[in-house]
Design a protein around this ligand. Structure first.
Ligand SMILES: [Zn+2]
Length: 85
């Protein structure tokens, strides 16, 4: 005698997979990804300058970028004065 067991019931009424929320989440993640990609680009560019020996040197005035600035912004290309002007 075979009885059909329902097996595991799939919960679809709890709103966990609401498509509208998924879209919102996707937009948030996309924004974060863009930020991270920009950060990664800056770091990769910084590594390249490190290889070339020009890391930590302002691209505009050629002066040394202070260590504190590089610590705060490892991808900084310009010194504070040039970046602000
Ligand atoms: Zn400068």
């Amino acid at each position: 005698m075979a009885t059909i067991q329902g097996g595991e019931r799939r919960e679809t009424s709890q709103g966990q997979t609401d498509p509208a929320h998924l879209r919102e989440d996707a937009e948030i993640v996309e924004g974060e990804l863009a930020d991270l990609t920009a950060e990664l680009d800056a770091i990769l560019a910084a590594l390249q300058r490190l290889d070339l020996g020009s890391y930590g040197i302002c691209a505009s005035c050629g002066r040394t970028i202070p260590g504190a600035r590089l610590e705060a912004m490892p991808g900084a290309v310009e010194c504070v004065a040039c970046a602000e002007s």
